[in-house]
Design a protein around this ligand. Sequence first.
Ligand code: TRP
Length: 448
Amino acid sequence: MSQKQDQWTSKLGFILAAAGSAIGLGAIWKLPYVAGTSGGGAFFLIFLLFTIFLGLPLLLTEFTIGRKTQHEAITAYRMLAPGTFWHWIGKLGVATSFILLSFYSVVGGWIVIYLTRAITEGLAGREGTEFEQLFGQTISNPFLAVFAHLIFMVLTILVVRGGVQKGIERFSKIMMPALFILFLIIVIRSVTLPGAMEGVEFFLMPDFSSVTGETILFALGQAFFSLSLGVSIMVTYSSYLKSSESLPRSAVSIVGLTIFISILAGLAIFPAVFSFGLEPAEGPPLIFIVLPTVFSAIPFGSVFFVAFMALLLFATLTSAFSLLEMVVASVTKNDPTKRNKAAWTIGLLIFVMGIPSALSYGVMGDVLIFGNNFFDALDFLVSNIMLPLGALLIAIFAPLKIKKDELYEEIQKSSSIKRGLFNTWYILVKYVTPVAIIIAFLNVLGII
Ligand code: TRP
């Protein structure tokens, strides 16, 4: 077999895979619960600003590096800055992806459990706050939580071992729009519940009195998390890309979709939270408590619930593929003969690493690291330290190691971006992004 880079089978394939990586638990599961604990509307507004002014430019930066070099991340940095330590950005990305997937897959497992339950017993005449207890009972069963996490990891491995994922491309074209439509149905139900407006206000009306340095760092981490930035996944993905795709247009559509689904998620969750008298600061279990509650208030709710959980599982898997792909590609360096073994070995190691996270809402609930359970501690490490750090290094790297004209030339290929817009992007990456990230770090450390 040739050693040449796999290419996406269609133009759409790349967009779907990159959007599939971006859209997942970040927008649907994480954003609502982090917004719920960090001040609602103000958090969401800051997150939006970061997404547009830092996330979008950085996404384009990762795309540019990947397509220019046509190699997975570590090799890409080596090619652009030979003999330097810069390829450690790629290694940091691999380590981050590894840890991230270990707890991401645990939530993937929760979805597997909920989907199975939805199919076998529907919503079973439960209502309102009963779903809160149900979550506790379900997730605190150690065997179930670990087994579901294993199933999710095996599903991920099975796809990634096959190489650039042809089947998924075809699948995504139907699944993504279906997910949007179901979300719209939930939103309509949620905002028409009695007392829902309080939730809409909580989510959309910023109240800056609750904003702290931590809120800002969390919003930054959330922006990178939900766009899959900071670990060079988008470098690896766009390295499979020929020059016929417009990078700026791809970046804008992915950011647009992510923002859209984030708004839908917020409008699905918070009105229902307030209407049913639930707690917005519930943490990671939030959507697993709120969504069944909303579905139980919709005619044929059980059917919709099954469909929604299936689509959510799909969206979560396409993100998980990208995380495993990132680690696998760094080991196999596109040698297809190593792929199968690497996918299984790495995937199972990630499974093992995730076991304590799977137990964090059950038997290991009392094991605290800096006041957080294992799951939350890993999430904090990844989302609020490793991702912003990776993003910072990428933003410093690109303008430093690639000539401005070369960047322009690469971005310009098959897009007709004007010089002025290019310059804006350049300034956002070179100055605004590093300064913002450094200020956020220093602020949380209490230095400024
Ligand atoms: N963006 C995905 C989500 O929102 C998660 C994800 C996939 C990710 N790959 C990533 C997050 C790389 C950070 C970095 O669910």
